[in-house]
Ligand binder design. Sequence first.
Ligand code: SF4
Length: 265
Amino acid sequence: MTAARLTRILAELEKLHGRVKASKPASPWLLILRRNCGYPASDKACAKGFAALRKEVGTTATAIAKAPQAKLARAARAGGMMPELRADRLRDIAALTLRDYGGDLRALLSRPLAEARKLLKQFPTIGDPGADMILLFTHTAPIAALPSNALQVPLRLGLGTESKAYSTSYRSAQAALAAALPETFDARIRAYTLLKEHGQEIFKPARPLCERCPVTASCAYYQTLSRLRTEQQAPCRSRSQAGSVQRADRSSSPTSSAGPGLAKK
Ligand code: SF4
């Protein structure tokens, strides 16, 4: 994808989702903690779980390490499913942070980049996408990070190629994003934030809200379905023109509703 095309896509997404302000470096501890406060890990679920944790237990490593399991699980319940498992994870995160980093994960980020990435991946739920996100949002390295649970958004918009293996798809989309964006924290945080927002608000897994999407012209999925819909309708039209009885077919066709047959997805 060219830089100009990506610029246009991000500008359209920003019109829909709002301007992304330049951010200050975030705390690696809070990013890891927050990510483990909700499941499924949407922003809303994580924010609810994090708010409950702050109120019920506190958000320091010491407070979490000392908290009784039942109290942690009660707080985790506000963030969605599997509260007991997430309570265990919060405790593990706190124990590791206290044992290896004296309660302050900023020391971890001062290591060479490959080592910092490896160390971040010791924490629960942090894989390559999570580590990239932390390295970017803490202003450690301007990595072209992509939201792990919204990878379909960049792929369908033409950033990278989808493969069977998630990690291959992720790397492909990441390389395409890196090639088309300036290597700055602001540019890459803005792209990450807009793609994530689009994934959460419009690109619903069960049924993407394409009728509200401003970038349909760049979406391979939308364009393919539109083409298929046109091809499916063509024989109907010709039969209708020939005087065949087609009314019943047309009224029951799933592609006769608004949008490119999206109810099928
Ligand atoms: S057109 Fe639909 S599938 Fe494509 S990016 Fe927009 S919401 Fe997602």
